[in-house]
Ligand binder design. Structure first.
Ligand code: BGC
Ligand code: BGC
Length: 733
């Protein structure tokens, strides 16, 4: 539809109709069978809203959405189609690794492909928009939602965010076939709640907020994301959903976002709980003034927006602007021509869990696994002589996917046992214990009740298996529902019953490899001390068992590098590599008084950001620069030669970090500014070079101007954020 026709349509709509476009309700309220993802106790549908509401969330299925759309459009005064939205976070039916694990791939290409395939399946199921990517910067593993983010680093998150937006939306201006609109969330700063407590206040300096926390959202906006979602938190004491500075000045004026802004679930009414709005009516007023176009599941717009316009408290043109953006989005999705978009039974049958998508899930999972330790214990041999026992509650686990995964066929998840038995037939399997401790809770209300006979039997089987095998692989981890929304924890350890199992096994047989499942960095010091090799598998998705078997038996490499620092202890969080220099630096991490650090623990985390081993070894040459002075538009090429010094083919993730030695404000000790993968045969070397440009040196200076400052810099190139392989260069006026 032409823009003039949209304008005409808007002029023709009644105020109630316009307000309807700005309201989103759970699809489950329209039709049975949908999923309600947040609380609805206080939500009351007003009469007429079912005929007027502009979008729904949480339902899918081609046939069902067709029926809903058809019936709805017939009754709607202007026959405007509904928008169907849902949380397609790491896949629709084919489940890919969780976003935190996707961050570990350091491969925007892989991440884009996962998003593209997720969109194909989701659009076949009739959906138009996904509430993804989540680009909240995360540095505190107590927060359960770290699993939904690509990680702790603004540069990495920006690359991943752009890749996801491209994958979902395609690279054309409108959203074409097999693609869907993306929604960047949660704007802004939601990843830094105090104490890691979900929904808590965020206290950040404007400089850190702008420079680090906004970076990934900013880049994803530039990539053209159709939507942005507000966050639940306050920032500078103002709830994001009522924050005019954040939404109008920063998001719209500075970042240039001109798509649709939606609140998070119930966030408009929650302005009352925050203590800034006295009632729902006032909440609606604050949210529309801040520029929120769609109110997701609260009563505020539905009940009070029309009244606020009539009383003159809200200017009608604010409503018109919002509705125009929503209509334009529907138009960009082609819904006026084809309200069902790509949802057909035929497309569902062709797309859902097709071979191409499953292969991608398998490959992406292997690329996300991080090998933390390996004393020649991996890869395993598939030869019959080596007897293996696979022990732990994860050997038969189907819940290998994180929150927001709603596969239609969870029973089709490839388990460890299924994946491994395709490689080697004589492995002994034993669960040993349950995933959870007796009485432990998860977010979906699961509480483990121990059946004592079963407990004894599981343990006895595991001990027997440990005695008889040459080598043991332990499969341990958090429950899939111990991370995600509302899953903050003060202990970032895997359940204690599993640690007990490991300790008992270790008494019998010390030849142990451990594979860990988790939606967050967990404390693994004790596990690492008892294991000859440790593989971090996160929540790997539909093909988890196959991918793990591929990596354990050396048919695929463990491709991941940590996208979040692994602390030694929860007491070290928040922890991240790009810290500011302090007045009393402590690079060796000494314990004791008078220095930056702790009395009872080193300052140094267990495994740094960017870290991950491979099945071979690499040697780096010293960093070489083609020039060491940069002036004006000059660029510097920084180069290393990387050699595979081991006897296995391998892929190294080469990382460029930059440090600004003196600034008008304190600068991070190092910042990631580039990464590349290089594939090398045994003995082979290749040059890897990065271009350093002036704009990579910019930051918010003492006057809050985004500029670079002349002076000295280090360019580091190495295998992770701990690298000391560096060369100095200068930026001159
Ligand atoms: C979450 C969002 C999600 C929304 C809709 C909220 O509780 O914070 O991330 O997109 O629900 O399901
Ligand atoms: C302490 C100050 C103290 C000063 C002189 C510093 O190390 O931080 O509190 O007054 O020493 O003793």
């Amino acid at each position: 539809m032409k823009i003039e026709k949209l304008q005409k349509l808007l002029e023709d709509m009644s105020l109630e109709e316009k307000v309807g476009q700005m309201v989103q309700i759970p699809g489950a309220m329209m039709k049975k069978g949908g999923i309600i993802t947040g609380p609805t106790e206080s939500f009351e549908l007003t009469p007429n809203i079912l005929q007027m509401v502009g979008s729904v969330l949480g339902i899918n299925g081609a046939e069902e959405l067709r029926t809903i759309q058809k019936e709805y459009m017939e009754k709607h005064p202007h026959h405007i189609p509904l928008l169907f939205m849902r949380d397609i976070i790491n896949g629709s039916e084919t489940i890919f690794p969780i976003p935190l694990a996707q961050g570990c791939t350091f491969s925007p290409k892989t991440v884009e492909e996962c998003a593209r395939f997720a969109a194909r399946e989701a659009t076949a199921r009739g959906l138009h928009i996904t509430f993804s990517p989540m680009l909240d910067l995360v540095r505190d593993a107590r927060w359960g939602r770290v699993m939904e983010s690509p990680g702790e680093d603004s540069f990495l998150n920006a690359q991943m965010g752009k890749a996801m937006v491209r994958g979902y939306q395609g690279d054309t201006d409108t959203v074409g076939k097999g693609h869907m609109g993306s929604c960047i969330k949660h704007f802004a700063g939601y990843g830094a709640p105090e104490g890691g407590r979900d929904y808590d206040a965020v206290e950040l300096s404007e400089r850190t907020f702008r420079e680090e926390y906004l970076e990934a959202y900013r880049e994803a906006v530039k990539e053209g994301s159709a939507m942005v979602m507000t966050s639940f938190n306050t920032i500078d004491r103002i709830p994001a959903t009522a924050n005019e500075w954040l939404m109008r000045t920063v998001l719209r004026d500075e970042m240039g976002f001109n798509g649709v802004l939606i609140s998070d679930w119930g966030a408009v009414d929650q302005l009352i709980n925050h203590g800034v709005a006295k009632d729902s009516r006032e909440a609606a007023k604050f949210a529309i003034r801040a520029g929120v176009d769609i109110d997701m599941v609260s009563n505020a717009y539905m009940k009070y927006l029309a009244e606020l316009v009539k009383s003159g408290e809200v200017e009608e043109n604010l409503v018109d602007e919002a509705v125009m953006r929503i209509l334009k989005l529907k138009n960009d999705l082609g819904l006026f021509e084809n309200p069902y978009k790509d949802g057909t039974k035929e497309a569902e049958e062709r797309m859902i869990r097709c071979e191409e998508h499953l292969q991608c899930a398998r490959k992406a999972a292997a690329e996300s696994f991080v090998l933390l330790k390996n004393e020649k214990a991996l890869p395993l041999s598939a030869a019959a002589q080596e007897s293996l026992a696979f022990i732990g509650p994860y050997v038969d686990e189907k819940m290998l996917y994180g929150g927001w995964s709603y596969p239609m066929h969870p029973e089709k998840t490839i388990t460890i046992r299924e994946g491994a038995s395709r490689k080697k037939s004589n492995i002994i399997y034993a669960k040993g214990t349950y995933v959870l401790e007796q009485g432990q809770h998860t977010t979906n209300g699961i509480t483990q009740n121990y059946v004592q006979d079963e407990v004894k039997e599981m343990l006895a089987d595991a001990m027997e298996a440990a005695r008889s095998a040459d080598k043991i692989v332990m499969f341990l981890g958090e429950h899939a529902k111990q991370s995600g929304e509302g899953a903050s924890k003060v202990r970032i350890r895997i359940p204690e019953n599993q640690m007990d199992l490991l300790r008992k096994i270790y008494q019998i047989n010390k030849n142990i490899v451990t594979v860990i499942f988790s939606g967050r960095p967990v404390e693994v010091s004790e596990i690492a001390a008892m294991s000859k090799a440790v593989l971090m598998a996160w929540m790997p998705g539909s093909e988890g068992g196959n991918a793990i078997a591929d990596v354990l038996f050396g048919e695929a490499e463990p491709g991941g590098r940590l996208s979040m620092t692994m602390p030694r202890s929860v007491g070290q969080v928040p922890v991240y590599y790009s810290r500011l220099s302090t007045g009393r630096p402590n690079p060796e991490g000494r314990t004791g008084g008078g220095i930056n650090g702790y009395l009872d623990e080193t300052l140094i985390p267990l495994y740094p950001f960017g870290y991950g081993l491979t099945y071979t070894d690499f040697r780096y040459s010293q960093v070489e620069l083609d020039r060491d002075v940069m002036h004006g538009e000059d660029v510097i090429t920084a180069k290393v030669t990387v050699q595979n010094t081991g006897d296995t083919v391998g892929t190294e993730t080469v990382q460029l970090y930059i440090q600004d030695l003196i600034g008008s404000v304190a600068r991070p000790v190092k910042q990631l500014r580039g990464f590349q993968k290089v594939h090398l045969n045994p003995g082979e070397s290749k040059d890897v070079s990065f271009t350093i440009q002036e704009e990579m040196l910019r930051f918010y200076d003492i006057h809050m101007q985004y500029v670079s400052e002349p002076g000295e810099f280090y360019a580091y190139i190495g295998p992770n954020s701990d690298t000391e392989n560096k060369r100095m260069f200068q930026l001159t006026e």
